[in-house]
Design a protein around this ligand. Structure first.
Ligand SMILES: Cc1cc2nc3c(=O)[nH]c(=O)nc-3n(C[C@H](O)[C@H](O)[C@H](O)COP(=O)(O)OP(=O)(O)OC[C@H]3O[C@@H](n4cnc5c(N)ncnc54)[C@H](O)[C@@H]3O)c2cc1C
Length: 426
C-alpha cells in the first residue's frame, strides 16, 4: 500500500470537528474566551479529554501559536492581566514548554537530522507493514487508538493526553517506530511543530529523559476520557526505553538578534508562513514584503491539505492588512526559490532581506538550500527572533526543571512590554 494520505483517510462518518478559522481575529477571540479558565479550571481539569468539539478545559490555541498568528508573549500577557503568575502557573508553564522544546531542538539540530534520516528508510519498510497501515487507517481494533487516529486526520487536533496515550500505544503496544508516528502527527496536526512533536515523541519513548518512558494505562484512559473508553484491553503493561542508536552531541546555542525596529529603503522583509509574529512593528508603507508559502514542500512531504490550507490562509490574513492598512507593497509566492526571491529583490532594489530565523524542521531544511544561492548573488540575509527566545533558548540545554527557574521573570517582562504597547490586540 502506498504511503500517501489516501491510506490514512477513512470511510467512517466524520465526528463533530473543532474548527480553527485561520484569522488573527479568531485567534484573539479564542484567547479572550479562554483567559478566565487559565487558573483553577485549567489546573484541575486540563487532563480530561472529552472528545472533539468538547474541549472546554484547554485553550486549543496551539494551531495559532504554532505559526505565530498570536505570539507566546500575547498569550502570557493576556493571562497575567486576569490571573497572578501563581494562579495560572500550570497553564503558563505549558506555554513555556513550547519555547523550551523549540530552543532544545535549535541547540541540538542533529536530533532533527538523525530523525529525518531514520524516517527516510523506515518509510520504505513501512510500505508493506500491516500494523503501520492499520494504525494510520484507524483499523487496529484498539478502539481508543482508532478513535484518535480518525480524530487526528479529520480535525487536525488532539488533546495533549490523547497524544501521550496514542504515542505510548504506538511505541510500546504496537511496537512501531516512534519516527513513523511523529511523521503521521506532523503531517496532520494543524499545530504540527518539528520541535514540540519530535521531542514529545522522544520523551514518550524514553529518549529525552534517559530511562523515563510514558506508559498508557487503561484505568487512566477510562478516567480522563469520562469513560468514553471504559474497557481498553491488550495494552502493553511495561514500557522499556527504546535504544538510541545515534550518538549525543553537546548543545550549541546561537544568538540571533531581535527584529529590526525599522527597515531602510534597500531592505525588504520575507515572511514565512510558519512564523507570522508581528516582528517589525514600525514597518512603513514603503517596505516591500514577500510572503513565502512552500506549496511543493507540503505536497512532497504529504502534509494533510487541511494543514497546508490553514497555513496559507493564515499567511494571507497576516499580510493583507499590511497592504490595505499601511500600503506596503506585498507579494506572495507559492514556490519559494532563489530565482523568485532574487527577481523580487532586484525589482525593488533591495540588497538586504530580513526574515524570522527559519525553524529547525522542514522549513529550515528548505531554507538551507535557498539561502546560499541568494548570498552567492549578493543578497545579504539578516535573521531575527523575538527577545524571549534569545533569553530562553540559551537555557534550553538540559531538562525543563532547570529551564523553568527563570520563566516567571520572562513572563513578567512579556506582560510589561505588552501593556506598554498601544496596539495591544490589532
Ligand atoms: C506525542 C506528542 C506530540 C505533540 N506534538 C505537538 C505539536 O506538533 N505541536 C504542538 O504545538 N504541541 C505538540 N504537543 C504538545 C501538546 O500536546 C499540545 O501543544 C497541546 O495539546 C495543544 O493543545 P492546547 O492548545 O489546547 O493546549 P493547552 O493545554 O491549552 O496549552 C497552551 C499552549 O501551551 C503549549 N503547550 C501545551 N502543552 C505543551 C507541551 N506538552 N509541549 C509543548 N507545548 C505545549 C501549546 O502551544 C498550547 O497551545 C505534543 C504532545 C505529545 C505528547
Amino acid at each position: 500500500m502506498p504511503l500517501t494520505s489516501n491510506s490514512e483517510a477513512n470511510d467512517l462518518p466524520p465526528t463533530a470537528v473543532p474548527t480553527f478559522p485561520p484569522t488573527r481575529h479568531d485567534a484573539l477571540a479564542q484567547l479572550d474566551s479562554f483567559v478566565s479558565l487559565a487558573g483553577d479550571d485549567y489546573r484541575s481539569k486540563r487532563n480530561y479529554d472529552f472528545g472533539p468539539a468538547k474541549q472546554r478545559h484547554v485553550s486549543q490555541l496551539s494551531p495559532y501559536l504554532r505559526n505565530g498568528l498570536i505570539s507566546e508573549a500575547e498569550v502570557v500577557s493576556a493571562v497575567l492581566r486576569t490571573h497572578t503568575y501563581k494562579d495560572a502557573e500550570k497553564f503558563l508553564q505549558e506555554v513555556f514548554w513550547r519555547v523550551y522544546w523549540k530552543g532544545y531542538l535549535e541547540n541540538r539540530s542533529y536530533i532533527w537530522k538523525d530523525y529525518r534520516e531514520d524516517l527516510a528508510s523506515l518509510k520504505i519498510d513501512a510500505e508493506n507493514d500491516t500494523p503501520f497501515h492499520k494504525a494510520v487507517s484507524a483499523t487496529t481494533g484498539i478502539e481508543c487508538l482508532d478513535t484518535w487516529s480518525r480524530e487526528l486526520v479529520e480535525t487536525g487536533y488532539l488533546h495533549n493526553h490523547a497524544r501521550m496515550w496514542f504515542a505510548s500505544i504506538w511505541v510500546f503496544t504496537l511496537r512501531l517506530p516512534w519516527q513513523l508516528g511523529a511523521d503521521f502527527f506532523l503531517r496532520h496536526l494543524l499545530d504540527g511543530d518539528p520541535a514540540s512533536n519530535t521531542l514529545s515523541w522522544r520523551w514518550v519513548a524514553g529518549l529525552h529523559t534517559k530511562g523515563k518512558t510514558y506508559l498508557a494505562r487503561p484505568s487512566n484512559i477510562a478516567r480522563y476520557t469520562a469513560d468514553r473508553f471504559e474497557t481498553v484491553s491488550g495494552l502493553a503493561t511495561q514500557a522499556s526505553p527504546i535504544d538510541d542508536s545515534h550518538p549525543h552531541h553537546p548543545a550549541k546555542y546561537n544568538e540571533i538578534p531581535p527584529p529590526p525596529s525599522q527597515l531602510s529603503q534597500t531592505e525588504g522583509l520575507l515572511v514565512l508562513d510558519e512564523d507570522l509574529r508581528k516582528h517589525t512593528p514600525s514597518l512603513d508603507s514603503t517596505s516591500p514584503v514577500l510572503g513565502l508559502y512552500p506549496e511543493r514542500l507540503y505536497k512532497d512531504e504529504d502534509f494533510s491539505p487541511k494543514v497546508a490550507r490553514f497555513r496559507q490562509a493564515c499567511l494571507r490574513d497576516t499580510l493583507d492588512p499590511l497592504q490595505s492598512e499601511h500600503g506596503c507593497p506585498i507579494e506572495h509566492t507559492t514556490n519559494p526559490n532563489a530565482d523568485r526571491i532574487h527577481e523580487w529583490a532586484t525589482r525593488h532594489n533591495l540588497t538586504t532581506l530580513y526574515l524570522a530565523n527559519p525553524q529547525i524542521g522542514p522549513w529550515g531544511d528548505l531554507w538551507g538550500t535557498i539561502s546560499p544561492q541568494l548570498e552567492e548573488r549578493g543578497i545579504a540575509l539578516s535573521y531575527f527572533r523575538p527577545w524571549w527566545e534569545n533569553e530562553l533558548f540559551a537555557k534550553a540545554t538540559s531538562g525543563f526543571f532547570k529551564f523553568k527557574k527563570d520563566i516567571d521573570q520572562v513572563a513578567d517582562r512579556m506582560r510589561t512590554d505588552d501593556n506598554s504597547r498601544d496596539d495591544g490586540s490589532s
